[in-house]
Design a protein around this ligand. Structure first.
Ligand code: ADP
Ligand code: ASP
Ligand code: MG
Length: 407
């Protein structure tokens, strides 16, 4: 008998028909003698719909109440799922984040899980029930409902698998595994049999939404075996595993893109010690994560500073930065939401030279202008105009031979 945590994403539970399909799949495991904890996302499009309703009232809804609202999406899914199972004669129990509880910090909209009380789940499993947990939500110390950030049901699943010491965590989704790049925009993308936690962490942080970044962090930290596979076929998917020696042979293992960033430029910032600290302090206090930062060489004691933040934080960032820019005597603040970040990732980059050059040439051949560049040991990212995203992904995929088997 194994203990398995299975997570089904929004498109897998997007209709009653699909919920029935998930129920049938889960029942198979129970019949085999496994204990199953099922984590569900909101039905496809629901979270966006709920955010849209709040934004009809105000562009920046109160974060606490927005979390209360967004958490309802997953509540609907687990309830419908358990109604389905019970109607089919299978005992089950739905649990919301606060009923477990899944304890988080109090950063609304992107709360971090720090503890999970597994006693209630274990009690329900011992009664022979299928347990359905609402993904994406938790409870802070003061008793407020929190949400974990978009795509956060993956994190709920992996964190639960770690806390329950499960034998396996399966992420069921609308693609049949992790590919060399998003198969929905690059038909030549190839399915990977396995990928290292490190590479998946980079791909996820660079926009490959097939797994949410914190879920990979949890999996890596607690060594949770992770299997990403399709809800709609029986086929084996992709295993996310610890790095092995042979993985370094492949220089680039994946291409990722993100349209989820916005760029902010502060013109003519006085170039003296303490200015960057002052500029970024309000963002840090607001919990806004700054990604790339570029500062130009200084001319006449003035410099331009450009950085990127997640698009949902764009309005708030502009507000905060305009205030502090005025305070320090900067000339003006410009914002640009029509950007994208394309990235190549591979543990083999550590030991191979000339990778950046090949990336820049591939983009140049298509006349795609690079606005910002950032690198780490195993990735290179370029910010480009949003309209070139799909083209850039395809040319990079080809330039690194990812369309060919065994590259
Ligand atoms: P779910 O609703 O099941 O959580 P998501 O939409 O969050 O599903 O994630 C699955 C999607 O991730 C796929 O439909 C695909 O478009 C996208 N994706 C991006 N990069 C990759 C990749 N490298 N491999 C597979 N899918 C990817
Ligand atoms: N429903 C949430 C979202 O759309 C969480 C998830 O699907 O993982 O972001
Ligand atoms: Mg997802």
């Amino acid at each position: 008998m194994a203990l398995i945590v299975q997570k089904f994403g929004g498109s897998s539970v997007g209709s009653i028909e699909k919920i029935k399909n998930v129920a049938n799949r889960v029942i198979e495991y129970q019949k085999r003698g496994d204990q199953v904890v099922v984590v569900l996302s909101a039905m496809a499009g629901q979270t966006d719909h709920l955010i849209g309703l709040a934004q009809e009232i105000t562009p920046l809804p109160d974060p606490r109440e927005l979390d209360v609202l967004m958490a309802t999406g997953e509540q609907v899914s687990v309830a419908l799922f358990c109604i389905t199972l019970k109607s089919m004669g299978y005992d089950s129990c739905s649990l919301l984040g606060f009923q477990i509880p899944i304890y988080t910090d109090n950063i609304y909209g992107k709360a971090r899980i720090y503890d999970i009380d597994t006693s209630r789940i274990k009690q329900e499993l011992e009664k022979g029930r299928i347990v359905a947990v609402a993904g994406f939500q938790g409870l802070d110390e003061a008793g407020n409902i929190t949400t974990l950030g978009r795509g956060g049901s993956d994190t709920t699943a992996v964190a639960l698998a770690a806390a329950l010491d499960a034998d396996l965590c399966e992420i069921f989704t609308d693609v049949d595994g992790i590919y060399t790049t998003d198969p929905n925009i690059c038909p030549e993308a190839r399915k990977l049999e396995r990928i290292s936690y490190e590479e998946m962490l980079e791909l996820a942080s660079l926009g490959a939404k097939v797994l949410e970044i914190r879920s990979v962090e949890f999996a890596m930290k607690y060594n949770v075996p992770l299997h990403v596979r399709s809800t709609f076929t029986e086929e084996r998917g992709t295993m996310v595993v610890a790095e092995t020696k042979d993985m370094e042979k492949v220089i680039v293992s994946g291409v990722a893109y993100s349209k989820n960033d916005a760029r902010i430029t502060i013109k003519k910032v006085p170039d003296r010690p303490g200015i960057a600290a002052k500029l970024f302090h309000p963002l840090f206090r607001a919990g806004i994560v700054v990604d790339m930062i570029v500062q130009n060489t200084s001319e006449d004691g003035m410099t331009d500073l450009t950085f990127t933040v997640p698009k949902p934080d764009f309005l708030r960032t502009m507000e905060l930065i305009r205030d502090v820019a005025q305070e320090i005597g900067a000339e003006k603040v410009l914002g640009d939401k029509d950007i994208a970040k394309v990235s190549i990732v591979g543990v083999g980059m550590r030991t191979h030279a000339g990778v950046a050059q090949r990336m820049f040439e591939a983009l140049a051949n298509e006349n795609i202008n690079i606005m910002m560049i950032s690198t780490s040991e195993i990735k290179i990212s370029c910010v480009i105009e949003e309209k070139y995203t799909e083209l850039a992904v395809r040319v990079l995929h080809k330039a690194f031979g990812l369309d060919k088997d065994g590259s």
